[in-house]
Design a protein around this ligand. Sequence first.
Ligand code: PBE
Length: 303
Amino acid sequence: MRNKKASKIIFGIFFILLLAACGDSDDNSSEDNGEVDYGEEVNYTITGIEPGAGISVTTERALEEYDNLEGWEVELSSTGAMMAELGTAIQNEDPIIITGWNPHWMFALYPDMKYLEDPQEIYGGEETINSLARLDLEEDNPDAYKFIEQFEWDVEDMEEIMLEAEETGGDIGDISAQWVEDNQDKVAAWSEGVAEGNGAEIEIASTPWDSERASSGVLKAAMEEHGFNVTVTDVDVAVVFESVASGGVDATVAAWLPITHKDFYENHEDNLIDLGPNLEGAKIGIVVPEYMDIDSIEDLQPN
Ligand code: PBE
């Protein structure tokens, strides 16, 4: 009899302790069974970039396609604002979920970051950056066409320029022109079999991200060395595709495919010539600091 009573009391005390232990997590209310609810911690928000970017459009699609991202939002502002928020979060070891891509200096500055797995392949696998020309460029200026078609370089080349611009605060156009001067061996292949430009005016549409400032800057400097007169205009991605398709500009080297600029490409593919990749090994996706204990987009909880 006494034993039964004692065990009831002990069980009771144990039960109270257990409840107390469970209730003890209120200094970190989003922790559940040892797993952090990052959704709550980041206010169900992915920190993104400019509204017109391909990666922004793709992230809106991810929010629709992943059931577990129900009730999430992507905060669109600018690449500069996203990078500033990332810097602050990393400094404080706070959780943050961003839209990230390569090539970019974000991984050189913050090497301890990872892409979240994307089982539904919304962001695709490897991206290429392609060159596109207006329909009549080949007929109107076969040499310019050939030069742009032969332009290709590597992720490391592009990152070298982007990182130098970030570290020195220098102008990407100037750094790109210097890169062309220093890499004549690579540049020579682009003008192989191309006659001198003779001052022909070539208009290139580009986007305002460092990656495309670098590629358009390098193409401009290399073509100008060969006698062309090149103007680069930075516009929204949508306008890049529209202006190549309408013939308003001659070409672009800023098309991220097959996923990032898919919608823009599909809208205009009958009215432009795809000259193929000028760079292979690009990537886009959802990126988090390594100190966040998640691996997949599917690890995020709905709101
Ligand atoms: N980006 C960089 C652009 C293209 C270049 C990935 C931020 C985008 O449209 O998403």
